[in-house]
Ligand binder design. Structure first.
Ligand code: GLU
Length: 486
């Protein structure tokens, strides 16, 4: 059997990270089995679906590299097929036309609530109370239509819904790869609507028909759909279709264990791109957030695809931990191809200062060292700041102190030594500093601070020799001159 999975978002909002993780699991499972990963946009709810949301979902998936193996399916294009299947179920006796009006259904629910309230009245005997509660339970129980066994329509053009006849007194068993084996009595499910009175198919019908027609073998989705599975299985049975396997993945919670909300960082997937996370870091983090493989913490997509299985999916909800995401991102930044890192960093630097060709060259030289110094792209851009900013106007206390009399004297001597350096390499510059210290019997602890203060004004920066090498001779001398008396 060739594995076919699908991600089936409704384009009614952003692709949040829970959705991205569902897509990722479907993708990895398909890749692991050499199967197909499909994308179906469930856009049947015309009032709530927008092109903008569809775009945002596709952009988020593209950013993460979760490319579908076939053209995207738009569910709204399959409506005729959904209707055809509903008709087929009428023909084979598993579905029926229900003429109950919304008013009748509401009246039934209201009557149930009334009985329940009445049972609370004082002065009732136990028998009276039990009787009222039993009536209330009947009225509020999952709906069994009076039309389920046929009957004459109330009029030739009376509106009707098409409902599936819920199986009588049976049990529906779902063997889920994550939730385990769960049984539900069919008494717990209603005669569910397949086609509404206006002829439009419901989610329950559309999802089953499309999954079948797309050849989906494994339905991997959020556990908010777990209960729906019990209502979907009777549709498979009514159509005599093979049932796919299911894996309902727990939600992602906030770090405090509460349902994820904006305050926890329940942002769109693309917001993480804007915050400077790498897609491979996001994928690796999301994989580990709901799934484990021994104690491996970081995965490339290839590694994850080679070992991903449904049994490793955790039963408990994962907790979003931005600190950990930062660590994972730092890991990927350290290991990323440097040309790509530069391409990603450029726009971040541009947000702060124009990226001239001279600055590009400095960044290029510095990045192998500086890439250790940030968890996200904006942090990394910030750690490059000394490459374009001497911070002379903004010296911190330590820098001001280092640039008092003694410091200025040393700085001026150092300037001469540096100006006379025969070559401008890290080794040569280190040599200049070392010989200056030796010649004046000074320690680097006495010489470094004024030089550092003049070069970076207290901004964080690594060792002085590489810093001077990256800045280049002219810039170094100019920054020193800035602090020397004219
Ligand atoms: N369209 C549904 C949603 O976005 C998912 C349906 C499914 O995966 O079965 O929640």
């Amino acid at each position: 059997m060739k594995v076919v999975t699908r991600f089936a978002p409704s384009p009614t909002g952003m692709l949040h990270i829970g959705g991205a993780r569902t897509a990722l699991f479907n993708y990895l499972f398909a890749k692991h089995h050499g199967g197909k990963f499909l994308l179906r946009v469930e856009d049947t709810d015309k009032a709530r679906s927008t092109d903008e949301a569809t775009r945002a979902i596709l952009d988020g998936m593209n950013w993460l590299g979760l490319h579908a193996d076939e053209d995207i399916v738009f569910q709204s294009k399959n409506v005729d097929r959904h209707i055809e299947c509903a008709q087929q179920m009428i023909a084979n006796g598993t579905a029926f036309k229900c003429y109950a009006t919304p008013e009748e259904l509401q009246a039934r629910r209201d009557a149930g609530e009334e009985k329940r309230k009445a049972a609370k009245a004082e002065g009732l005997s136990d028998a009276e109370r039990d009787a009222l509660l039993a009536e209330a339970d009947d009225l509020l129980a999952p709906y069994r239509s009076p039309w389920r066994d046929g009957g004459d329509p109330p009029g030739s053009d009376a509106p009707y819904t098409i409902r599936l006849r819920a199986p009588d007194d049976e049990e529906i068993v779902v063997s889920d790869h994550v939730q385990g084996t769960v049984t539900l009595k069919t008494r717990e499910i209603d005669d569910l609507i397949l086609l509404r009175a206006d002829g439009t198919p419901t989610y329950m019908l559309a999802v089953v028909v499309d999954d079948h027609d797309m050849g989906v073998t494994h339905v991997i989705r959020g556990d908010d759909h777990f209960r729906n599975t019990f209502r979907q299985l009777p549709i498979y049975r009514a159509m005599q279709w093979p049932v796919p396997e299911f894996a309902h993945v727990p939600m992602i919670h906030g770090s405090d264990g509460a349902k994820l909300s904006k305050r926890h960082g329940a942002l769109s997937t693309l917001a993480y791109q804007d915050m400077g996370y790498l897609p491979e870091a996001m994928n690796s983090y999301l994989i580990r957030l709901g799934w484990s493989h021994g104690d491996q913490e970081v995965f490339t997509m290839e590694e994850a695809a080679s070992v991903f299985d449904l049994d490793g999916i955790n039963k408990a909800p994962g907790r979003l931990d931005l600190e950990k995401l930062g660590d994972v991102n730092a890991h990927f930044i350290r290991n990323i191809d440097e040309a790509r890192l530069l391409a990603l960093l450029g726009p971040e630097i541009e947000k702060i200062t124009p990226l001239t060709s001279a600055l590009t060259e400095r960044v290029q030289h510095a990045i192998p060292t500086l890439k250790e110094r940030g968890q996200t792209l904006p942090e990394l851009a910030e750690s490059c700041r000394f490459l374009w900013d001497s911070n002379a106007e903004n010296l911190n206390k330590k820098a001001r102190k280092a640039l008092r009399e003694d410091g200025i004297k040393r700085l001026s001597e150092l300037r001469e030594a540096l100006d006379g350096a025969d070559s401008w390499t890290i080794e040569a510059l280190q040599g200049v500093l070392d010989s200056y210290c030796a010649a004046h019997t000074l320690s680097m602890g006495q010489v470094g601070p004024p030089l550092r203060a003049a070069l970076t004004g207290g901004l964080p920066a690594p060792d002085l020799a590489p810093v001077m090498y990256w800045l280049g001779r002219d810039e170094v001398l100019a920054r020193i001159d800035n602090h020397l008396p004219a």
